[in-house]
Design a protein around this ligand. Structure first.
Ligand code: NDP
Ligand code: MG
Length: 336
């Protein structure tokens, strides 16, 4: 395994002056859009929210004290355009509402490398293209910032026309609070491929299916669904919280010796070479662009696989059991 030590950028490495007098258009006001617009504004920057339609986001932005405008209006006046609409929408927004108004020296900023890396968006040479990718959900980006903290981010430069793209990426990262924690430099390729791999193999896909498979195994063996739910799904939160705070060794120290012995032996038996072979296949599908192709096709057909998958999960025994236990679980949560 290659050993590399990444440089970590913090507050003193980033200068808000780099973008202080620039007009920033935040396109989209959803999970990340709302957090970025609010944090950048609270950091003293000049933010306009640009939206495609006068829907829920529009109302929310108004409630938060912005005067949202239609996308092209925001772009026409902007120096920095930040793409915070869904990845599958960005290409259309770029082609229809951004490209016609591009000016030399403008900045195009992304929170995920998908559209640039897979060449769905191909900007002209005379603009800066960079990324600030928060490693957490939008509401957390906002919540940590208002409490004086910040969610770490990755930054990357795809195109450096001005010669200052990296400084500006760091300034944006500071504006959303990320340099209070730390920022690491990456490439669009690395961020895109690792982000997709992480969400598929662990965060979204792997962890969920691991829990569901364990639940199903117990229920098939005749154990009560409620008991299975506690053991294979509900307790995950407590274990992950300890890993988050104290790492794997901290978690191992917090569980019983019996759990430690069983975990250290059975875990490796369960997640074996076969599983890693599949992980490699998943990585290959991402790296070759095949996953991107498949997802674009799915989106073009109205996302039937997502709809079907969501329905299957919602109707599953584990979800029904979880809903039934919700009241009990809520009752037990600490009262702050
Ligand atoms: P959201 O799905 O939350 O974006 C919703 C926003 O986009 C809303 O303002 C919505 O407006 C608008 N929108 C939705 N559909 C359309 C459409 N068809 N046409 C025009 N506007 C539309 O996006 P995220 O915040 O999740 O993602 C934004 C970017 O951030 C992505 O590149 C993503 O990969 C990246 N990212 C996301 C993270 C996350 O935690 N969510 C983490 C790190 C990066 P309306 O209300 O009018 O529908
Ligand atoms: Mg992702």
């Amino acid at each position: 395994m290659k050993k590399v030590v990444a440089k970590i950028y913090t507050d003193q490495d980033a200068n808000l002056d780099k973008i202080k007098n620039k007009k920033i258009a935040v396109l989209g006001y959803g999970s990340q859009g709302r957090a970025w617009a609010l944090n950048l504004r609270d950091s003293g920057l000049n933010v306009t929210v640009g939206l495609e339609r006068e829907g829920n986001s529009w109302k929310q932005a108004e409630k938060d004290g912005f005067k949202p405008v239609h996308t092209e209006e925001a772009v026409k006046n902007a120096d920095i355009v930040i793409f915070l609409v869904p990845d599958m929408v960005q290409r259309y927004v770029y082609l229809e509402k951004v490209k016609p108004y591009l000016k030399e020296g403008m900045d195009l900023v992304f929170a995920h490398g998908f559209n640039i890396h897979y060449r769905l968006i191909e900007p002209p040479k005379n603009v800066d293209v960079y990324m600030v990718a928060p490693k957490g959900p939008g509401p957390t980006v906002r919540d940590f910032y208002t409490k004086g903290g910040g969610v770490p981010s990755l930054i990357a430069v795809h195109q450096d026309y001005s010669g200052e793209a990296k400084e500006k990426a760091l300034a944006i990262a500071k504006g959303i609070g990320s340099t209070r924690a730390g920022v690491i430099e990456t490439t669009f390729k690395e961020e895109t491929e690792t982000d997709l791999f992480g969400e598929q193999t662990t965060l979204v896909g792997g962890v969920m299916e691991l829990m569901r498979s364990a639940f199903k195994t117990l229920v098939d063996l005749g154990y009560q669904p409620e008991v299975a739910y506690f053991e294979t799904i509900n307790e995950m939160k407590m274990i992950v919280d300890i890993i988050y705070d104290k790492g794997f060794s901290g978690m191992l120290k917090a569980v019983s010796d019996t759990a430690k012995y069983g975990g250290l032996t059975s875990g490796k038996y369960e997640i074996n070479e076969d599983v890693r072979k599949r992980m490699l296949e998943i990585a290959e599908k991402i790296r070759s662009g095949k996953f991107a192709e498949e997802w674009i096709e799915e989106y073009g057909r109205g996302s039937p696989t997502i709809k079907e998958g969501m329905e299957e999960v919602e109707n599953s025994l584990e979800e029904q059991t979880g809903r039934r236990l919700k009241e009990l679980i809520e009752r037990g949560k600490p009262k702050s």
